[in-house]
Design a protein around this ligand. Sequence first.
Ligand SMILES: *[C@@H]1O[C@H](CO)[C@@H](O)[C@H](O)[C@H]1NC(C)=O
Ligand SMILES: *[C@@H]1O[C@H](CO)[C@@H](O)[C@H](O)[C@H]1NC(C)=O
Ligand SMILES: *[C@@H]1O[C@H](CO)[C@@H](O)[C@H](O)[C@H]1NC(C)=O
Ligand SMILES: *[C@@H]1O[C@H](CO)[C@@H](O)[C@H](O)[C@H]1NC(C)=O
Length: 250
Amino acid sequence: MNTFIIALLLQSALQAVNAHYSLSVIKINGKLSGDWQYVRKTDPIANPWYDVLDANAIRCGPNATISADQTETATVLAGDTVTFIVGPSSPYAEYGFYHPGVAYGYLSRAPGDLESYAGDGEWFKIAQLGAINDTQWTIDADKYAMNITIPKATPPGKYLLRAEQIYSYWGTDNQIYLNCAHIEVLGEGVGTPGPMVRFPGAYKPSDRSLNPPDEWVINTRWAEPPLSDRYNLSDYEYLGPPVWRGRLTE
Ligand SMILES: *[C@@H]1O[C@H](CO)[C@@H](O)[C@H](O)[C@H]1NC(C)=O
Ligand SMILES: *[C@@H]1O[C@H](CO)[C@@H](O)[C@H](O)[C@H]1NC(C)=O
Ligand SMILES: *[C@@H]1O[C@H](CO)[C@@H](O)[C@H](O)[C@H]1NC(C)=O
Ligand SMILES: *[C@@H]1O[C@H](CO)[C@@H](O)[C@H](O)[C@H]1NC(C)=O
């Protein structure tokens, strides 16, 4: 094996271990934001995160609170969709979501200003993007964007919108790609969001999805096992609380 091939192999191994993508751009009603304009900046190299019990990281990404006062607030009409996009500051932006896996959206209402809110309050889940069939996640490795629709019944106010994608692979390691946008929800929503959870707390290291059985692991671009009929993604157990769909009585 010549050194060129060894270098290539090494490079692809390094990329695979940490793909380092951030959801730093959002799109609302066709309007694309700047990089980190509405999303709390995180160190691109510190994404992914692994520890679901680390308060500094599991709310909005590692050290995201530090950039809270440099983050603008986007206005969104309840019922509209916010698209999170792998941004140009991601070291491997051209690959989009480098790794396939389940994605979630959560909201947490700021008690006052978003700029001074650490995300230590209550969160409710508004989206989960799981499998499209037994062998493929919605967020596959060739995707660049994920959609989160703000339920129409969401009460107006200032919220952190948390977008999270989790790549689980062999063993018990889970790469958590996580970013939060500042949004102000407009509209006439009078729903009562819930159930409420906190981060850390919503996920436990012992959760089955964080210790996935082989049939939930689609491992592309790194140590890819032969595609086989053992995959059974439709059977996946989502992390965290059920999705609040905005029904008034829920
Ligand atoms: C968070 O910021 C502190 C201080 O700047 C730094 O020492 C630490 O490495 C950062 N942690 C992460 C996970 O980026
Ligand atoms: C799952 O969906 C993908 C994309 O539509 C398709 O290529 C694949 O064949 C499907 N797999 C099964 C088991 O239906
Ligand atoms: C997200 O939603 C927009 C608007 O409804 C749609 O045009 C786009 O195709 C969706 N993107 C994804 C990745 O689902
Ligand atoms: C997938 O899981 C479901 C529910 O546990 C089960 O009924 C089904 O037989 C499984 N399919 C495969 C191909 O293992």
